[in-house]
Ligand binder design. Structure first.
Ligand code: 2AM
Ligand code: CA
Length: 272
């Protein structure tokens, strides 16, 4: 795919993301049908399904040779990872969508031959569109986001993480996480993985860690974070494969090694 084709794809995807966001806002107060998936806390609504179907319909009509990997099951069962793959989360942060009607996002990442080329995360209720094209920078609406190249210490860092890290769990020893939280300036939890990715990209959060994300939770975000020089690995420091589930450590480059070597790797080893 050449530069002109990527540029056309970017414009088309951008228009669809904005259109899908407007549809969600128009319907934000309709009664929701809330179903559960894997367990009682894993929610899905008709809006998740309708937004996903919106993308399926658009992509299959305009780009019939492209593939789609998406959360609610309307995508392709067999992906050709060497082709063009759209990775879509129609609503990321469904619990926020249902309970709060804010702090959720539409996320679209486009990969060509396994390489992330285009990413969009749309904070729907705040009308904030984060976008990136590989090697052309990350943007928040029309403003280019600066590189994360300034000095940063863990003591001055704000971490995005949820309560699971401090509860007894199978992945890490909570005692190391307690030390980490004592060392950092503070913590936040947003309930939307994609909005945590945008927060690290724009430097309002310095590290985001989560025990498990699906490919659609991080597809667009990994393209954004690359453009500002952030670090993305799993919690033992390995690269994350684009179309697979993994744990996540996303952070400012200056604190990546310290987070891994002093806290996350020992916390993980204690459990193995
Ligand atoms: P979702 O709302 O699209 O399901 C909440 O902590 C964040 O983690 C949300 O971004 C949510 O995405 C995601 N999430 C929730 N359950 C998950 C699971 N079992 N595996 C991976 N990601 C999950
Ligand atoms: Ca979702």
């Amino acid at each position: 795919m050449d530069e002109a084709q990527i540029a056309t794809l970017y414009q088309q995807a951008r228009a669809w993301v904005l259109e899908a966001g407007a549809l969600v806002r128009d319907n934000i107060h309709i009664p929701l049908t809330v179903d559960t998936k894997s367990d009682r806390k894993d929610l899905v609504t008709q809006v998740d399904q309708e937004v996903e179907y919106f993308f399926v319909d658009k992509i299959k009509t305009h780009f019939p040779s492209h593939f789609l990997l998406s959360e609610e099951g309307y995508g392709d069962r067999n992906l050709d990872e060497t082709g063009v793959v759209w990775v879509v989360d129609p609503i990321d942060g469904t619990k926020n969508f249902v309970h709060q009607k804010k702090c959720f996002a539409i996320s679209v990442g486009i990969f060509v031959g396994g390489i992330g080329e285009i990413g969009f995360i749309y904070d729907v209720m705040n009308y904030q569109l984060y976008s990136a094209k590989k090697n052309e920078g990350a943007f928040k609406n029309n403003r280019r986001l600066p590189k994360l190249s300034y000095q940063k210490s863990l003591e001055n860092s704000l971490l995005c993480m949820n309560h699971h890290w401090l509860m007894k769990n199978r992945l890490v020893d909570e005692a190391y996480i307690e030390q980490l939280i004592r060392k950092a300036r503070g913590t936040r939890a947003y309930g939307s993985a994609t909005l945590a990715f945008t927060a690290v990209t724009e430097g309002s959060i310095d590290a985001y860690m989560t025990m498990s994300l699906e490919p659609w939770d991080m597809a667009a975000g990994r393209i954004l974070i690359n453009e500002v020089g952030g670090k993305l690995t799993n919690i033992v420091g390995n690269d994350i494969t684009p179309f697979e589930k993994d744990s996540v450590l996303l952070c400012h480059p200056a604190i990546h090694q310290e987070l891994l070597n002093h806290y996350l790797i020992p916390a993980r080893q204690k459990k193995i």
